[in-house]
Design a protein around this ligand. Structure first.
Ligand code: NCD
Length: 429
């Protein structure tokens, strides 16, 4: 197959030949008789995005999301590889837990990796025999699933991962620095009427910086490769960089702030929480200038019914896998971000950090994970149009550029309208 006249993020207009699921050649290619041709019409061709932080919820919480619905949502948003987090039921903290998830992940229509998790009763012996994408997210404070662990266990787990050469992804919040007084008293009504600003005041920004500092210190002591998940503060990003770690940011910490808490209520409750508008702007600046390595979604779907509870009862987390690249391309169209930055933070950098040499680039030899976007075709984001089981988005009414089509190893997994027959594989096996 030859994809004709595609514009790459660097502005070059090229043809791309795809053979046996891989990119065979990129450039000004001579047609071959009888070859299938896909006309890109000078639209933007990006490598499929790699979202290294999703919660596809299966096994255990299929009412929120499944591998089928989560992976379809990803494909319709230009994501062709995901890494799934350990807070499912069973947790992926034992060999058996890993195998139970691997069984379900076979239903994914895009490629995937499966993380191992850490709890006091984990089974590192059996777990490290499995092909882990990473160890993590290692929870330094409780979040959905209550998998927070203490400092000694974190150090022991990092040591183990360092020996095995497996990267460690860290949910960096220090619960000792949370301000309990912020969630005492009147927190408003349920759902959208809740005062989710209180959640931000409770899980204070300082708690992130302290936890990042500890994580990078342990990384230095144990030799483990540390990647800080969903940093939400400029202080957290700077501490990660100073300590030699890589870091990611979520779309919600780039496009939403405490100014949105009033409207979102519990639909804006997540960990780490939304931060001030000044911090949001500082995060965007660090994304644009290269200090943040990766954008990953922390796609954490919960049902409306679950979210429509009080601030204290509603679970933390928001969906995002389908809207990540569309929002970033919307920002690029507005001139806030270069297309090369978008490509790097969603594809090339995660591939490099997590050692996926076959992913994240449009060059001969790489997997033909390719996504076409028409930058003139930005549209309004509506929860009803998305494919996650949860059926809502915190980005309702924002503008995004969605894929014209998404290809996984040479097969169309999403043609802009319908899903194809592509079947995902574990990237570590
Ligand atoms: N981010 C969240 O607020 N929630 C995540 C867990 C997590 O990553 O903390 C979830 O699984 O719901």
């Amino acid at each position: 197959m030859r994809i004709e006249n595609a514009t790459l993020a660097d502005g070059r207009v090229v043809d791309v030949r795809v053979e046996d699921g891989a990119i065979d050649a990129v450039g000004d290619l001579d047609p071959v008789d009888g070859e299938e041709v896909l006309d890109a019409d000078e639209n933007l061709l990006l490598p499929g995005a790699i979202d290294v932080h999703v919660h596809f919820r299966e096994p255990g919480f299929e009412h929120k999301e499944t591998w089928e619905t989560g992976s379809r949502s990803a494909a319709a948003g230009g994501v062709t590889t995901v890494a799934d987090q350990p807070n499912t039921d069973p947790t992926t903290t034992t060999g058996d837990g890993f195998d139970a998830k691997a069984d379900r992940a076979a239903n994914s229509c895009i490629d995937y990796g499966i993380n191992g998790g850490v709890t006091p009763d984990w089974d590192p012996e059996n777990l490290f025999e499995r092909p882990l994408f990473a160890l993590g997210e290692v929870f330094l404070a409780d979040s959905t699933g209550d998998m927070g662990i203490d400092a000694d266990l974190f150090a022991a787990a990092a040591e183990r991962a360092g020996e095995a050469g497996v990267p460690v992804t860290v949910h960096a919040e220090d619960a000792e620095l949370f301000d309990e007084s912020a969630i005492e008293g009147d927190l408003g009504g349920p759902g959208r009427d809740a005062d989710s600003n209180a959640w931000s005041a409770y899980r204070r920004a300082e708690a992130e910086e302290a936890a990042v500092e500890r994580a990078v210190r342990v990384g230095g002591e144990t030799g483990a490769q540390i990647h800080i998940a969903h940093t939400s503060t400029p202080e957290g990003v700077d501490a990660a960089r100073d300590g030699g770690a890589t870091c990611e940011v979520t779309p919600h910490h780039l496009f939403l702030s405490r100014d949105d808490c009033d409207e979102l209520g519990t639909y804006g409750r997540m960990n780490p929480p939304l931060r001030s508008e000044a911090r949001r702007e500082a995060m965007f600046e660090r994304l644009a200038d290269g200090r943040i390595d990766v954008v990953a979604t922390d796609h954490a779907p919960h049902t409306r019914e679950e979210k429509d509870q009080s601030l204290l009862d509603a679970p933390s987390g928001v969906p995002g896998v389908e809207t990540m690249v569309p929002l970033l391309l919307g920002a690029a169209v507005d001139g806030d971000l270069s297309l090369e930055r978008v490509r790097d933070v969603v594809a090339t950098n995660p591939a490099d950090i997590f050692d996926l040499p076959q992913k994240g680039r449009i060059e001969a030899g790489a997997d033909a994970d390719l996504v076409l976007y028409d930058l003139d075709d930005a549209r309004e984001i509506r929860g009803d149009d998305l494919h996650s089981k949860c059926g809502w988005t915190p980005f309702e009414g924002f503008t995004g550029v969605f894929p014209e089509w998404t290809m996984l190893r040479g097969e169309l997994v999403w043609d802009g309208d319908e899903f194809g027959d592509a079947s995902g594989e574990n990237v570590r096996v």
